[in-house]
Write a protein that binds this ligand. Structure first.
Ligand code: PLP
Length: 458
């Protein structure tokens, strides 16, 4: 394949937006473990989930067998405002690296939320509206999910209460204002509005918060407010399902232009963009129709896959959520304070955890200074200022392309470029000033988190 056999930017037509999501669980022999009730340790039933989640989303959460689930017209129409997203041939990055590899990136940053999160936010808001609910609650860390959900809720005229990790609330006032512009209320977490928030504040005075705390608060408010439910932007099966639009479009573009990926790379926080990107390709691998190398990239300071335990654990610090079987660092784990690169959740999607456990995909942990080095290389030649999270995938794509330079192999690499980094300039500033540092937790550091994993052998 010569460099310009395919157009630089592959825009699909509007009619190439998928009309169904793909549910990779249907093709998995070993299904992901179900969410369980912390008291009974039994799989949560539909009825038990109803106080927390929207009905249709629970059906999607529990559906391990239907391969294709129709995307309602209202959601398809919303997707048309910013999809299909382009698959871009990174020719200038290839030139810079002098690699024979072909690098493509699927760019999800072309919407105001600046990330792929809108793909699931709009679906979740739609089902909440259809159920006649008044509003939803959620947590947000860096703020992309909260922004996406605020946009989706304003589109469907739903109320939206966002609990934002305190340190981000203070460091990212502009994210907060975007959410408020879309009509959401934003509360720094831990707050004094909830029982769990007051308890966390009492137990850990001066805490700057964590995603796990913010989830506990959002769930408490949802379950104690009439006409409200809780929604989550990653980790859950339903979120990976919605994010399969990324992979389905990527596959359509590959088929249209005869691109055959060897390696597919994505960053992994809770696993939603990676799961969405690889799902249709993983389906082929699971059915024995094709083979691909899949690589999850995580921060060395929050290494759920590469150093975590595969066990049932709580999804949140306050232990108000169901337990999920996943690769986890323990629900009390908080990455070290110098960590600026996102992807800081202690656990990982149960679907990806099972696939990783079964040897269907790989994982790598990378240090943040090398991530920002990759981010700047990419920004300078490809024009897009990538989110720090996305830059984890760029780092490993570059590493793989450099390996090809040594071996002379002409591999085709696709990576997920999940978003833009305009709200992360404090992190870029640290990198540019040379004050960014790396911290890799010691085994002793991790042991503290592991000690909080409940002893459930299922
Ligand atoms: C939230 C986010 C991620 C990580 O979340 P996943 O669920 O693992 O995909 C990655 N990139 C960006 C830009 C994000 O906003």
């Amino acid at each position: 394949m010569s460099k310009f056999d395919v157009p630089y930017k592959i825009y699909l037509d509007e009619k190439d937006i998928p009309s169904s999501w793909y549910n990779v669980r249907a093709d998995m022999k070993n299904k992901p473990a179900p969410l369980i009730h912390p008291a009974t340790l039994k799989p949560l039933s539909f009825e038990e989930m109803r106080p927390i989640f929207c009905d249709e989303l629970i059906r999607q959460e529990l559906d391990d067998t239907t391969p294709y689930i129709r995307i309602p017209n209202e959601i398809q129409n919303f997707y048309k405002m910013y999809r299909p997203s382009p698959l871009v041939h990174a020719v200038y990055l290839e030139e810079l690296l002098g690699t024979p590899a072909h690098i493509f990136y699927k760019f999800e940053g072309n919407n105001t939320s600046g990330s792929h999160k809108l793909n699931s936010a709009i679906a979740q808001a739609y089902y909440a509206k259809k159920q006649g609910l008044k509003g939803v609650t959620t947590e947000t860390g860096a703020g992309q999910w909260g922004t996406a959900l605020a946009m989706a809720c304003s589109f469907f005229q739903l109320e939206c209460k966002v609990y934002m990790v305190k340190v981000s609330y203070e460091q990212k006032p502009f994210r907060r204002e975007v959410m408020r512009t879309y009509g959401a209320s934003v509360t720094p977490s831990p707050s004094m509005d909830t029982k769990i928030g007051r308890k966390i504040n009492a137990d850990h005075p001066n805490t700057t918060g964590s995603l796990g705390c913010a989830i506990s608060e959002a769930v408490e408010v949802a379950t104690s407010t009439d006409g409200y439910r809780y929604v989550l932007g990653s980790v859950l099966n339903q979120v990976l399902l919605h994010q399969s639009v990324i992979g389905l479009e990527t596959k359509a573009a590959c088929e249209k232009y005869g691109i055959k990926p060897d390696i597919i790379i994505g960053c992994a926080g809770g696993g939603s963009n990676l799961g969405g990107l690889i799902s249709p390709f993983m389906g082929e691998k699971l059915r024995g129709e094709a083979d691909y190398q899949f690589i999850a990239v995580e921060p060395a300071s929050c290494p759920s896959f590469t150093r975590g335990k595969f066990a049932y654990d709580f999804c949140d610090t306050g232990k108000v959520c169901p337990m999920a079987k996943m690769y986890t660092l323990g629900h009390d784990f908080i990455p070290s304070a110098n960590h600026a690169g996102g992807l800081r959740y202690h656990g990982m999607s149960s679907i990806l955890s099972q696939l990783y456990h079964d040897g269907m995909m790989e994982a790598r942990a990378v240090e943040q200074t090398s991530v920002f080095e990759a981010a700047e290389m990419f920004a300078r030649v490809e024009g897009i200022l990538p989110a720090p999270e996305s830059s984890h995938a760029i780092r490993v794509a570059i590493d793989e392309a450099l390996k090809c330079k040594e071996t002379g192999e002409e591999k085709t690499i696709i990576m997920g470029l999940t978003g833009t980094g305009y709200f992360d300039m404090t992190a870029y500033e640290k990198y540019n000033d040379g004050t960014m540092t790396d911290y890799i937790p010691t085994d002793e550091d991790l042991a503290k988190g592991f000690a909080t994993i409940p002893n459930v052998s299922l």
